[in-house]
Design a protein around this ligand. Structure first.
Ligand code: R5P
Length: 299
């Protein structure tokens, strides 16, 4: 039997693309909320003996987690041979330290919960900064795929004379990988965060890059303020109107509108469904599922 690919609500289009890319069967899962808000899950296909991939990008983890865990446990109780989580965006990776006394290190707790319910995890560009790798917090086989070649190739095909710009030190790994692949110059700016929506980007002299098109590259756009501040700094330097490419677009409608005012295009991968999606990740994820540790394609 083919592996069974099940989509949690909102993940159906990605699951369709993933099934097409890996030759898996698209299974059916029924979900709803009871009047009091509790979650209901029912698996509508036979899972016994099969590899089951639950697709759930975790852009809204607090509202998604219960349903996801119920589906995973249900598949296991009904005899699935292996239950994998495919989360193109993995939440709670940025709270990777106790920055202030008394804070919860949510990345560790979240990892413990998912590790207890799944056999393996596949994700794309998790925010690894103070945790050196997923296995520092996940106790199941956890694959962190690197999307950088895909945004890099999109930039090479769509932007003339790009200058790759990372808005802060944490973005350096993504900006550097993109720039290296396409042989573009790369600059990484310095950010100070004062609050969820208050960031400063240190002035930088970028005058020698006039004639290039700056492309801000980051892993995540959330409130969008990091990229907006960096975009404004680039404009102040007299550079061309910038482009922006991120892996995970969490930006809500207001943040997206603000980003579209500053950038020629705000572009993202489809790790999170978003109007800015232009770069598809399903083939990358499909190749990972075919690899070791994620169950055979057919049983
Ligand atoms: C953190 O360092 C990440 O790389 C992003 O820069 C950050 O998550 C973006 O957040 P926001 O869009 O809210 O500024």
């Amino acid at each position: 039997m083919q592996r069974l690919i099940l989509a949690l609500p909102g993940n159906e289009p990605f699951a369709d693309r993933l099934a097409a890319a890996c030759g898996g069967a698209r299974g059916r899962i029924q979900t709803r909320r009871f009047p009091d808000g509790e979650s209901y899950v029912r698996l509508l296909d036979e899972v016994a003996g099969r590899t089951v991939d639950l697709v759930c990008t975790l852009a809204h983890p607090d509202g998604q987690l219960a349903m996801l865990l119920f589906a995973a446990d249900c598949a296991r109780e009904l005899g699935a041979a292996q239950v994998n989580l495919v989360a193109p965006y993995l939440a709670y990776m940025r709270q990777d330290a106790r920055f202030h006394p008394g804070e919860a290190v949510s990345s560790r707790t979240f990892a413990r919960v998912l590790s207890a319910h799944f056999d393996a995890l596949v994700t794309v560009d998790p925010h690894l900064h103070r945790h050196p790798a997923l296995d520092a917090v996940y106790t199941i086989p956890a694959t962190a795929l690197h999307a950088a070649p895909l945004p890099a190739d999109w930039i090479a095909g769509n932007v003339a004379r790009p200058l790759i710009v990372g808005p802060d030190e944490e973005s350096g790994q993504w900006a550097g990988a993109v720039a290296a692949r396409i042989g573009a110059p790369c600059v990484v700016l310095r950010k100070t965060r004062h609050g969820d929506r208050e960031v400063d980007i240190a002035p930088a002299d970028l005058g020698r890059y006039r004639g290039h098109t700056p492309v801000l590259v980051d892993d995540i756009a959330s409130s969008g303020h990091t990229l907006l501040a960096a975009g404004r700094l680039l404009r102040e330097q007299g550079l061309e109107r910038p482009e922006c490419v991120v892996v995970h677009a969490l930006a809500d409608a207001d943040a997206h509108a603000a980003l579209c005012r500053v950038f020629t295009r705000f572009t993202s991968t489809d790790s999170v469904p978003h109007p800015s999606n232009r770069i598809g990740l399903a083939p990358l994820v499909a190749r990972a599922l075919a690899g070791a540790g994620h169950g055979p394609a057919t049983e």
